[in-house]
Design a protein around this ligand. Structure first.
Ligand SMILES: Nc1nc2c(c(=O)[nH]1)N[C@H]1C(S)=C(S)[C@@H](COP(=O)(O)OP(=O)(O)OC[C@H]3O[C@@H](n4cnc5c(=O)[nH]c(N)nc54)[C@H](O)[C@@H]3O)O[C@H]1N2
Ligand SMILES: Nc1nc2c(c(=O)[nH]1)N[C@H]1C(S)=C(S)[C@@H](COP(=O)(O)OP(=O)(O)OC[C@H]3O[C@@H](n4cnc5c(=O)[nH]c(N)nc54)[C@H](O)[C@@H]3O)O[C@H]1N2
Ligand code: SF4
Ligand SMILES: [Mo]
Length: 678
């Protein structure tokens, strides 16, 4: 922190659920933040933020920020509230919660928190202790990341991979199921660095994204079919001996079984599954095998399929049989979040001295089903939502809406804005933004920890999440001291081997890891044998198997079009910002992208209002005819919310909440719809 006569400059770190965790500098005049810029010293984000956060101060000081507790006065969803004091609102919660727990037991309470902030303590810390003390149902599952991690772990014993920025040393970079320029934009300069040094950039995505149009080579498989493509690549790599026998002998197990398994996965067979020509698969495999080294970058997109974990497990085999792990610029990178374990141990937040009863777990992705399940014992009678907007971001959202509308459900939401979810709350507590709260931000796209110093005092009566849990504990009459730890104590209790004061002064510090990460150069996989498992007998499929999506029924019948609902807008962060004026895409409104062939047979022209429907919901959207999608599929951007509680534009009303194969994730990209003129 530095100051001059007029203004203060305060280091912070972006809290958004985004791999980049950019460093920033806030300029504060007389207690008011007047400027927010990227911290030019930050080694990864290098002084740049993004189109969303360049205007973060508009969000912080938005006229519709929630700055007081609110009690519902109208019907659920109507958005009618009266302001209340903290004492009044806490008393309402304590009274309702007390009687619910007395009548139904603690498990009638469901916590639902996501990653609205991914700061160490404001994402999740005291909430775990508070809900353990209450004996509430445990939140399990994951909307993001766990399936990818579990998939890689099925091959490597852990989800760990390469440092993404090492792709600058590669000769061939495959951006596989990731929209780098949109979702991970600060990695793009490293991609350009590789290209400037002669690398070829390949994008593999069913959608011709802005990243695809910036690549040298774009491959467009049908959604959910990549495993077939990978099996055929391995077929070719083995057939043409583009593999590293020494690496395979020393550091892997199951290779002979893999060889036998991929023998039938000819390029022709894979072409029939994924809709990529056999010659293109040949070229891809050959380029991958010949490059020294070749780097694969993937992130989250591909996990949201019924075969999502299998995608990652199979992908992990590619750099392993080619031995590209030996080289900087080789291997496979996904989230590097777990590397922060070297300096951060968030399990301290689970440590309590009081006895905690056995508690059931409920997968956060099943929200719609559990809120509407009359047979659930005990039923969910109280729901807490913070750091998330599930009515927009969780699949099967029409069912969630029906659940939230239940008169006998007591819903508490902590928010910065009156989101579609918050409109169903009985009690709303106002939440601070990152400018108003202290935290340490572990990153999942790079290897630096970020410090976040509060730049301004909390606006109105907003409080950080940690303070909310302390106030709720107090209102409930709980006395255990670990429920009341202050933020500084929480932060210091969870970090080790790092000088917190230095982190605070500099704004960021690299994790205590070698400069050259090279996690599997000499084997060292986290499996029982220390070898990468090309076959894994603990899985239902010992060898990576292509399984067509929708093998398990989920009510989509035989509708003809596959619906993808990915992140599309540079100015949205999941559902955040979509209601703020000036965040551009808002005015354009949501739309459905359809291939001209699929449009023509339905009499649809550019701009036609169309019904996009399945048995879960129907959206009426303008059609955009586009070669960004291929025939047989359509795309609706994710993240819109309308703010009147009716959420007609939310893509997740249509999506499937089916589980992924393993890992606790959700397969919302395996959704079938049909489209017709409205
Ligand atoms: N601007 C912006 N940035 C963001 C976000 C945001 O909302 N807006 N969200 C942040 C979050 S929470 C996350 S998790 C990351 C996600 O970062 P990414 O994983 O990069 O993004 P996604 O859009 O989830 O998915 C990436 C791509 O996967 C493709 N895809 C879907 N199914 C398949 C498939 O079967 N095969 C292949 N090959 N590709 C497939 C989609 O078409 C999409 O283009 O982005 C983060 N960054
Ligand atoms: N169809 C479809 N569905 C998806 C995805 C997709 O690509 N397509 N992506 C999935 C992915 S990868 C993810 S990560 C999820 C994201 O799902 P969510 O995490 O629910 O999404 P956000 O829209 O980021 O909601 C975060 C909310 O937290 C609030 N918030 C921010 N900071 C704080 C704070 O400090 N305290 C409190 N109390 N609140 C705060 C914000 O105002 C915002 O409303 O969505 C998933 N759903
Ligand atoms: S949202 Fe992502 S890219 Fe934008 S400032 Fe935050 S961390 Fe950086
Ligand atoms: Mo995510």
């Amino acid at each position: 922190m530095t100051s001059t006569a007029q203004s203060l400059r305060v280091f912070g770190t972006c809290h958004h659920d985004c791999p980049d965790s950019c460093g920033w500098v806030a300029t504060v005049d007389d207690g008011v933040a007047v400027k927010l810029r990227g911290n030019p010293e930050h080694p990864y984000s290098r002084g740049e933020l993004c189109p969303k956060v360049n205007r973060f101060l508009d969000r912080v000081y938005a006229p519709d920020r929630l700055l007081q507790p609110m009690l519902r006065t109208g019907p659920k969803g109507s958005g009618q509230y009266a302001p209340a004091t903290w004492d009044e609102a806490l008393a309402v919660v304590a009274e309702r919660l007390g009687s619910i727990v007395a009548e139904w037991g603690g498990e009638a309470v469901l916590p639902w928190g996501s990653a609205g902030t991914q700061g160490l303590i404001q994402m999740s810390s005291l909430d775990r202790r508070f809900f353990a003390r209450l004996g509430a149902t445990r939140q399990t599952g994951s909307l993001c990341g766990a399936t990818a991690s579990a998939g890689v772990a099925a091959s490597f014993g852990s989800g760990r991979g390469a440092d993404p920025s090492d792709l600058r040393f590669a000769e061939l970079v495959i951006l596989w199921a990731t929209n780098t320029r949109l979702t991970n934009r600060h990695l793009w300069p490293f991609v350009e660095e590789a290209r400037a040094a002669g690398a070829t950039i390949v994008v593999i995505d069913p959608i011709r994204t802005i990243t695809a149009t910036s690549a040298d080579w774009f491959i467009q498989p049908l959604p959910g079919t990549d495993t077939a493509l990978m099996l055929a690549m391995m077929h070719i790599l083995i057939r043409d001996d583009l593999i590293d026998h020494d690496y395979i002998d020393r550091y892997t197990e199951g290779f002979d079984r893999l060889v036998a398994h991929v023998a039938s996965w000819t390029p022709g067979r894979a072409a029939g599954v994924c809709g990529v020509a056999a010659e293109e698969i040949e070229r891809l495999a050959t380029a991958y095998g010949a490059a020294s080294p070749a780097f694969i970058r993937t992130l989250i997109g591909a996990e949201h399929h019924e075969n999502g974990a299998t995608f990652f497990r199979t992908l992990a085999c590619l750099p392993t049989i080619t031995g590209s792990w030996r080289h900087r610029g080789g291997g496979l990178a996904r989230s590097v979040g777990t590397y922060s374990d070297v300096n951060v141990d968030d399990s301290v937040f689970d440590r309590v001295s009081f006895p905690v009863p056995e508690r059931r777990g409920i997968n956060m992705n099943h929200l719609g089903a559990v809120l509407t399940d009359p047979s659930l014992q005990p039923p969910i009678k109280a729901l807490f939502v913070w750091n998330g907007n599930p009515l927009v971001t969780v699949p099967d959202a029409a069912r969630i809406q029906a659940g939230l509308a239940r008169d006998d459900l007591f819903t508490v939401v902590s928010e910065q804005f009156l989101t579609d979810t918050a409109r169903y709350a009985d009690v709303i507590f106002p939440a601070t933004t990152q400018l108003e709260q202290v935290d340490i931000v572990p990153a999942w796209g790079h290897l630096y920890l970020g410090w976040n110093e509060p730049a301004i005092a909390p606006l109105g009566e907003a409080v950080p999440n940690t303070e909310l849990w302390r106030r709720l504990a107090n209102a409930m009459g709980f006395t255990e001291p670990e429920l009341y730890e202050d933020d500084e104590t929480l932060l210091r209790s969870a970090v080790t081997g790092i000088d917190v004061d230095e982190l605070r002064t500099r704004g960021f510090l690299r994790l205590d890891l070698p400069e050259e990460l090279l996690p599997y150069r000499d084997g060292g996989f986290a499996t029982p044998s220390g070898r990468a498992m090309l076959a894994n007998d603990d899985l239902a499929d010992a060898l990576p198997e292509y399984r067509a999506p929708l093998e398990s029924p989920h009510g989509d019948g035989l509708l003809p079009l596959r619906l993808l609902t990915p992140k599309t807008h540079t100015r949205f962060l999941n559902s955040s910002y979509s209601h703020l004026p000036g965040h551009g895409d808002r005015e354009a409104g949501p739309f459905v992208e359809i291939d001209p062939e699929d449009a023509a047979v339905r009499g649809i022209v550019e701009g036609s209002p169309v019904r996009v429907w399945n048995d879960r919901a129907e959206l009426i959207l303008p059609a955009t005819l586009s070669d960004r999608v291929r025939p047989g599929m359509v795309a609706v951007p994710f993240g819109w919310w309308r703010g009147d509680g009716d959420t007609p534009a939310t893509a997740n009303r249509l999506t499937s909440a089916t589980d992924t194969d393993w890992g606790g994730g959700v397969a919302f990209f395996d959704t079938l719809v049909d489209v017709a003129l409205a």
